[in-house]
Design a protein around this ligand. Structure first.
Ligand SMILES: NC(=O)c1ccc[n+]([C@@H]2O[C@H](COP(=O)([O-])OP(=O)(O)OC[C@H]3O[C@@H](n4cnc5c(N)ncnc54)[C@H](O)[C@@H]3O)[C@@H](O)[C@H]2O)c1
Length: 339
């Protein structure tokens, strides 16, 4: 049995609690939130993906701490799950690792690539295992795409375009670009990381974007440039939280292979559709969300005593580095090469 403590009971803390509530190998022994209404369950955060943050865990079953650092000091906690606002991730993750705990930390791993690298270095020398919750690396339909690209099931991939479109999320820190990093970091990071997961690190990026409310980049279009004998796939991604309410959250891709086209649309009742040989085929995906699959994976790593490989802290830090290159491209209007 792994004893878990969850810090931060916003949308993501609630989502993780739902996952733990389903599992028999985990006990949530402690919860923490500075907001007494959230800590008592009087006010519950809602998710933006159907099936997320349903309130499945009975908060009265766990010890309640107003300050996350007090939860970290609790000796009964084996795994600290950090669902705090982004600028707090590194400080709390390092404190938990220094107490010998395992740590799951929400994405982005840190507010800057430099801070993320600092955390990765501490984690590499710690007894506890650490993972960043990069849920798209586990998302049904997206893992399908990675496999189809790698195995060339439908021939080589020629292009892939990713879209993540939303309104500004509720909650204090998002609207402040200094804290959240804007949609380019908070939201579009998912696609930038997925691009590097599937296609490897790009040689360069070219991005255009604008700021609407946060002071950081709230809407971005990026072209990921690869140098591969003239046959490199065309890869683009668009990320925004600048859409007008009540626009519904959309997460989409379209990937074109030599012998098929795959289209994913989260809002569709059949999210993954494959077009080939003149036919349209629905690919079955199961009901689990990426959050559930990522947590199952990390718990399995802990049970086996082996560090995660599907996503490492270095991967999570590199994703932020990629975002910083995209932000530089927006600011300068130039192609930015990745070193
Ligand atoms: N994986 C995903 O798809 C995904 C989706 C949304 C958000 N996120 C990330 O998850 C993180 C959390 O997002 P959220 O929307 O749940 O945030 P949120 O602001 O709604 O929740 C954070 C909670 O932490 C509490 N808190 C602040 N300081 C504290 C402290 N010292 N001790 C204890 N509690 C404290 C706040 O009161 C708040 O309730 C962010 O980094 C965000 O970028 C990830």
């Amino acid at each position: 049995m792994i004893n878990v403590g969850v810090i931060g009971l916003g949308m993501m803390g609630q989502t993780h609690l739902d996952v733990y509530a389903k599992r028999s190998d985990v006990k949530v022994v402690a919860i923490s939130d500075r907001d007494p209404a959230r800590l008592s369950g009087k006010v519950r955060a809602a998710g933006n993906v159907e099936g997320q943050a349903q309130g499945a865990f009975d908060l009265s079953q766990a010890k309640a701490y107003e300050e996350g650092m007090d939860l970290i000091k609790d000796k009964s906690v084996d795994l600290v799950d950090i669902c705090l606002a982004t600028p707090l991730h590194v400080e709390y993750a390092i404190a938990a690792l220094k107490r010998g705990k395992h740590v799951l930390v929400e994405k982005p791993l840190a507010r800057t690539a430099k801070d993320a690298q600092k955390l990765a270095k501490v984690a590499a020398k710690s007894k506890g295992l650490a993972m960043c919750a990069m849920c798209m690396r586990f998302w049904p339909g997206w893992t399908w795409l990675k496999e189809a690209v790698e195995k060339q099931t439908y021939g080589p991939v020629r292009s892939a375009s990713f879209k993540r479109l939303a309104t500004m999320p509720p909650g204090g820190f998002y609207a402040n670009g200094e804290l959240s990093g804007g949609a380019i970091l908070d939201l579009h990071l998912h696609d930038a990381d997925f691009v590097q997961f599937v296609f490897g690190p790009p040689a360069a990026v070219f991005s255009r974007g604008y700021s609407k409310t946060s002071g950081a980049i709230d809407h971005v279009f990026t072209q990921y440039l690869y140098e591969a004998d003239g046959a490199a796939p065309l890869i683009t991604a668009e990320g925004t939280w600048a859409m007008a309410a009540p626009y519904e959250f959309r997460m989409q891709y379209a990937a074109n292979f030599d012998r098929a086209t795959a289209v994913f649309d989260l809002l569709s009742p059949t999210p993954l559709v494959l077009y080939r040989d003149g036919q349209k085929e629905t690919i079955p995906l199961g009901t689990a969300l990426g959050y559930e699959l990522e947590i199952a994976y990390f718990l399995d790593c802990i049970a086996r005593g082996e560090p995660p490989t599907t996503v490492t802290l270095d991967d999570a830090a590199n994703a932020i580095k990629l975002i910083e290159a995209e932000a530089k491209s927006v600011e300068t209007g130039k192609i930015v090469r990745l070193k």
